[in-house]
Design a protein around this ligand. Structure first.
Ligand code: HEM
Length: 144
């Protein structure tokens, strides 16, 4: 059960951030304020999916990795707190600030500084999650 749940939660976490990231970039490239506002308002609702998915991926991962000593599991174990802290301390506050600023029509330098921080932090988390996904698949292939 937990072995099934873990890759689903991990894959869902990565996919959700990817959708946030791509829809943000697409809305900015569209240059349309109503589209940017709609995307910025929608992203905090997406946390209702993302936050539990990351929590389940992390908790199930640590459970599965108990007692494993290999370097792949060690790397996954090291990355997870960075993913979680980046999410809680950077991505969530940035997304809430951007939802607020966009609802006020404030597309000023503060908006774009926060937006840049969010895109960079989001890309960082996607990279760490993609590395953990790759290592998970490697672990499975080694077992097979
Ligand atoms: C967002 C982060 C993570 C993602 C995207 C992820 C993804 C995956 C994937 C795709 C697999 C392959 C499972 C399969 O195909 O059956 C896997 C396996 C595994 N993961 Fe993760 N993982 C994450 C975090 C973690 C963490 C924090 C740990 C804890 C150290 C961990 C430990 C493991 C272990 C031990 C396996 C092998 C399970 C088995 O086959 O018995 N993962 N992971």
């Amino acid at each position: 059960m937990i072995r099934r749940l873990h890759p689903i939660a991990g894959g869902l976490s990565l996919a959700t951030i990817l959708v946030f990231w791509l829809s943000t970039v697409a809305s900015e490239l569209s240059g349309s304020s109503p589209i940017i506002v709609a995307v910025k308002q929608a992203i905090p609702w997406g946390f209702l999916l993302l936050v539990p998915a990351i929590a389940v991926a992390g908790a199930s991962g640590f459970r599965l990795g108990k007692g494993w000593r290999g370097p792949l599991v060690a790397a996954k174990r090291r990355r997870m707190p960075i993913i979680a802290l980046n999410g809680i301390c950077v991505l969530v506050p940035c997304a809430l600030a951007l939802a607020y600023l966009s609802s006020e029509g404030r597309f000023d330098s503060l908006f774009y500084i926060v937006q840049a921080v969010e895109l960079i932090a989001g890309a960082g988390n996607m990279l760490l999650m993609a590395l953990s996904l790759r290592d998970g698949l490697r672990i499975r292939h080694r077992q097979a």
